[in-house]
Write a protein that binds this ligand. Structure first.
Ligand code: SF4
Length: 363
């Protein structure tokens, strides 16, 4: 298949649904499959796949939305920086509406201090053109975003700029999957893994899921037929008693991943423990600047105070991000909390679980 409409072809979708039903018919128990990508969360709801699932198959959403899992203290730090004279903060669009401990960047930042960017290099260009400005790039995102963030840091360091700083908050997906598998409140029988993240890191990164936790994992694309095929592959594995890492999204993903992108990331970032909103501290799950780039570290160089995390009263985003409750289980869903007036982080981005369920689900 080559063209988009072929991945949405109704007759192929029906055939794949038949394959999924047939595999589900061989299950000896109900199963829960977690997707851990905000793009998948939205696509599964938009295509209505939840409504045609076999009775024994349930899909739950994990912490796959990068702005949702960014610690509230990072947002608090960005808000604090926006309030400093001469400081300019640069971030991708979704981030500005995400609530920190008490407010969001959109609601509190001075208009001239906050810049929404489409490319991390825009922050470097601005810093070059405004040598008197102190410029901070908010480094939020998963492995897919890490190469562009690393490129911006490298460019700023190479130019010897003294007014460019980086607030490191990038995250790695596999350690979060490990943490979820170790969560005693959680039952996950298999994973649908993120296609774009895996294009960078390679499907080898998920081998531990089968080897240590005896669960299957299938890397999926984002179209209707991609998702149906991936689900069928996961359920077939469970029915067969297999726990392999498989690639459905073969037009983009390999087991090795993108070696060039991996090298760009490794040149700039070390991996260290990091705090995920809703999940807490996860070992080896965050991108931190390597020591040779310490001079660009916004937290250390700009004397940012330590902030205490605080979550909005009544918000269940932590449980939603862990997949132990559904967005509709939150008492604020669709009442006090909507995409226009988000209370928790999961209602902001189109990839946030609450926003996706609000937009496409029945409530
Ligand atoms: S509905 Fe709003 S308040 Fe409730 S869990 Fe979702 S984002 Fe948080």
């Amino acid at each position: 298949m080559k063209y988009l409409d072929e991945f949405r072809d109704p007759s192929l979708a029906r055939a794949l649904l038949g394959r999924l039903n047939s595999a589900a018919g061989r299950l000896d128990r109900p199963v829960r499959v977690m997707e851990i990508c905000g793009g998948h969360t939205a696509a599964l709801l938009r295509t209505g796949i939840h409504s045609v699932l076999p009775e024994r198959v349930r899909i739950i959403s994990g912490p796959g939305c990068p702005v949702c899992v960014t610690a509230s203290t990072v947002i608090d730090a960005a808000i604090w920086l926006c309030g400093r004279p001469g400081v300019h903060v640069f971030t991708f669009g979704d981030m500005v509406r995400v609530p920190g401990s008490h407010t969001s960047l959109a609601n509190s930042a001075r208009e001239d201090s906050l810049h929404i960017i489409y490319s991390a290099l825009q922050a470097v260009e601005f810093a070059q053109q405004h040598p008197d400005a102190t410029c901070v790039l908010l480094g939020v995102g998963f492995e897919t975003t890490a190469p562009t963030l690393a490129t911006a840091v490298t460019a700023a360091a190479a130019a010897g700029m003294g007014n460019f700083f980086f607030l490191a908050a990038g995250k790695l997906t596999p350690p979060a999957m490990r943490a979820l598998l170790q969560d005693e409140e959680q039952v996950i029988d298999g994973f649908i893994a993120p296609g774009h993240v895996t294009t960078i890191i390679g499907a080898h990164a998920y081998r531990f899921i089968g080897e240590e936790f005896k669960r299957p994992c299938v890397v999926s694309g984002f179209e209707l037929c991609d998702l149906l095929e991936s689900l069928a592959m996961v359920i077939e594995q469970i029915a067969d008693g297999r726990c392999d890492t498989e690639i459905q999204y073969g037009r983009s993903v390999t087991f090795e991943g993108n070696r060039k992108a991996q090298a760009v990331i490794a040149r700039v970032f070390d991996v260290a423990g990091d705090v995920w909103r809703g999940l807490g501290m996860i070992p080896l799950s965050g991108y931190k600047l390597r020591s040779e780039f310490a001079g660009l570290d916004a937290l250390g160089r700009l004397d940012v105070p330590a902030f205490e995390p605080h979550e909005p009263h009544g918000c269940k985003c932590g449980d939603v991000l862990r997949g132990v409750c559904m967005p509709q289980d939150c008492g604020l869903f669709g009442i006090g909390c909507t995409p226009e007036h988000p209370i928790g982080p999961c209602m902001v981005s189109s990839e946030g679980s609450c926003a996706a369920y609000y937009r496409y689900g029945r409530h």
